[in-house]
Unconditional design. Structure first.
Length: 279
């Protein structure tokens, strides 16, 4: 499924370097050819402005159920070219963008250093990872026609940088699910119940880092975390590349516990991004 995109064995790196001679590495935000440049000079300022920072109180989102997630965090604001890059990875058959976003997530949220060798971004394994998770589980594919899973491709550079294994098979969807758009917060939670099944042989006793591309209300990651806990996971923390601007209270860094649930628990916060929605 990775097709060499998210792997860091020597053969996979050499394959991607060879492909880079024909299809050179580009900026995931503006499309400029980067080659061996570590980052796009034209988009560096934009990305800095889109990066999230602590906003005060660390409250769970409306769809995150009490006692399910140990914590959740998101690195960037889901707007402008960040939103465009994620949608290109998901809907325009550009899986390499997902890998690049995974590298940026590793840098921004976990302080992983990413080197560029022969036009390929390679996370440098951290000597002292800033997380006590021991397994990364990407959000299961929504099954909407893509030959690859965007969160899985984002997870591999993060796993390489943190020295933590990634297991795509640990979490599966039991059904396709219906669109979340137009549902209230409570209806979203009900709609997501029973959507996932976790493999106890893979997750029992593990401290799981659940990764998704976008967290909107939190109902989907909460349902996935519940399945992981039911299968025996010790605890589950969740991270995403981006979160909508209205979700100011979601922590920007991993491992930050929630202070408690604020008011408006079931307020609507827009459609879940992993569902097909009209433009």
């Amino acid at each position: 499924m990775r097709a060499g995109l998210g792997g860091y064995t020597r053969p996979e790196i050499l394959l991607r370097q060879a492909l880079g001679l024909v299809l050179p590495r580009r900026c995931p935000f503006c499309g400029q050819v980067l080659g061996w440049m570590p980052q796009c000079p034209d988009c560096a300022g934009m990305l800095k402005n889109r990066a999230r920072h602590p906003q005060g109180r660390n409250l769970p989102l409306s769809g995150i159920q009490p006692g399910i997630l140990a914590w959740a965090a998101s690195a960037f604001w889901y707007e402008g070219t960040v939103r465009s890059a994620i949608r290109q990875a998901k809907y325009d058959r550009k899986p390499w963008i997902a890998v690049q976003l995974g590298c940026l997530l590793a840098q921004q949220m976990f302080g992983v250093r990413v080197d560029v060798r022969g036009g390929v971004e390679i996370p440098r394994p951290a000597a002292d990872p800033v997380t006590d998770c021991d397994l990364i589980v990407p959000m299961a594919s929504s099954g909407r026609g893509r030959a690859y899973n965007v969160p899985a491709l984002m997870a591999y550079p993060l796993g390489h940088g943190l020295g933590i294994p990634v297991d795509e098979a640990a979490l599966l969807r039991t059904r396709r699910g219906t669109a979340q758009a137009g549902l209230s917060g409570q209806e979203r939670v009900i709609n997501a119940m029973g959507l996932f099944r976790a493999d106890a042989d893979r997750v029992a006793g593990r401290r799981v880092l659940l990764l998704d591309d976008v967290i909107t209300t939190g109902s989907t990651v909460s349902a996935a975390a519940q399945a992981l806990l039911y299968a025996g996971a010790e605890w589950v923390g969740a991270v995403s590349f981006a979160v909508p601007w209205e979700n100011q209270t979601l922590p920007a860094y991993p491992g930050v516990p929630f202070e408690g649930r604020g008011e408006g628990q079931w307020e609507d916060a827009g459609p879940e991004e992993d569902e097909e929605i009209p433009f």
